[in-house]
Design a protein around this ligand. Structure first.
Ligand code: SAH
Length: 340
């Protein structure tokens, strides 16, 4: 077992089982996440026998940083996992805080045509500790503390549901890294049964939906998942989430030139989302060398924005990060693999 994959309650159960004290779990969390020690031996307020047992039962391995690039307010990391697989994380400095975008799978099976991450099919899910480790290693490298976490790196989080939920509980724990639930956002391409399950978790975590198209024909042509869960089913699940949690939903909408950026698309989108407690995040498409798609012009993006606004839909335009370091969405990994 890896120590960074243990929820506080898991450690409490563990200590009960080995005849330790429940507060040992709090002590371990304190050493790991507040004091950030790198070995069990440094946990000096825990009894020697207990330390010995911890050493036998847990590893403290973390993903290893093997490449790093930086641009204005952005740092991009490539990690190597214990088995040699590679994933990415991106740190962004905003005026409201510091966010990290973490990966949840090696590769991705969702097959969205515009996405670099999916060019490598899913090799495996990340374990919770491998997602936690991305945060710890980036914080250590830059000597700072992250305030916001977006689960939008390589992989589909709801295709790795249990590990992602464990990850959220670990980083959300007040005894640990202590990232507030409202500062955590999980993004999905639209796996409906998991959206329903997530609704029942009763968490204050934000939900983002990668929508990218306002009708089934277009959406199915760019996102394979829409064939399994068409818009009507997706919107049903979202409405239920919205009414049960009262939380505002984010819709991500990448602007792809001449594909989903027309006036007609904007009008359809406004109609689709009317009355829902939500906002649309218009994302400039990050062009990649391996995929033949272009981003919409600023003018087209602004027209789209205006139409949504005029129809009463909350809308923001996402700031562009990392284009200068080819840091967009799975590109560091594929550039690295391609260059080898
Ligand atoms: N699988 C999840 C989370 C990872 S992708 C999801 O689909 O939501 C995170 C976001 O980045 C998604 O909205 C995805 O559609 C978007 N994305 C993928 N490739 C992109 C690119 N080249 N430029 C901009 N956004 C991209």
């Amino acid at each position: 077992m890896n120590i960074y994959g243990q929820k506080l309650e898991d450690l409490q159960t563990y200590f009960k089982e080995i005849g330790g004290k429940p507060f040992n779990a709090n002590q371990v969390y304190d050493w790991l996440y507040k004091k950030r020690v790198n070995s069990f031996d440094e946990m000096t307020n825990i009894k020697k026998e207990v330390i010995q047992k911890l050493k036998e039962d847990f590893s403290m391995d973390k993903p290893k940083i093997i490449a790093k690039q930086s641009g204005k307010d952005v740092y991009k990391y490539l990690f190597e996992l214990q088995d040699g697989n590679k994933v990415e994380a991106v740190l962004m400095i905003h005026n409201y805080g510091i966010s990290i975008c973490v990966s949840t799978q090696v590769g991705c099976n969702m097959g969205c045509i515009f996405c670099e991450s999916g060019r490598l099919k899913k090799v495996r899910n990340l374990m919770a500790h491998e997602i936690v480790g991305q945060i710890l290693e980036v914080e250590k490298d830059l000597n700072l503390r992250i305030s916001h976490v977006v689960i939008m790196g390589i992989g589909e989080p709801f295709d790795n549901y249990d590990n992602v939920m464990d990850f959220i509980k670990i980083i959300n724990s007040g005894k640990g890294i202590d990232i507030g639930a409202r500062h955590i956002t999980v993004s999905t391409c639209g796996i409906v049964p998991k959206i329903r399950q997530f609704t029942e978790e009763n968490l204050q975590v934000n939900l983002a939906i990668s929508l990218h198209a306002p009708d089934d024909k277009l959406r199915s042509s760019i996102m394979k998942i829409n064939k399994a869960y068409p818009l009507e089913e997706l919107m049903d699940a979202i409405r239920e989430y919205s009414s049960k949690t009262n939380r505002r939903i984010t819709f991500e909408y990448i602007m792809l030139k001449d594909i989903n950026d027309t006036k007609e698309c904007a009008l359809k989108l406004a109609k689709l989302l009317k009355g829902l407690n939500c906002y649309v995040n218009l994302i400039p498409y990050n062009e990649t060398s391996y995929i033949d798609l272009e981003k919409s012009s600023l003018e087209t993006r602004m027209k789209f924005y205006d139409i949504l606004k005029k129809h009463g839909i909350g809308v923001t335009v996402r700031k562009e990060f990392g284009g200068d370091v080819s840091a967009a969405c799975g590109q560091l990994r594929s550039n690295y693999e391609e260059a080898k």
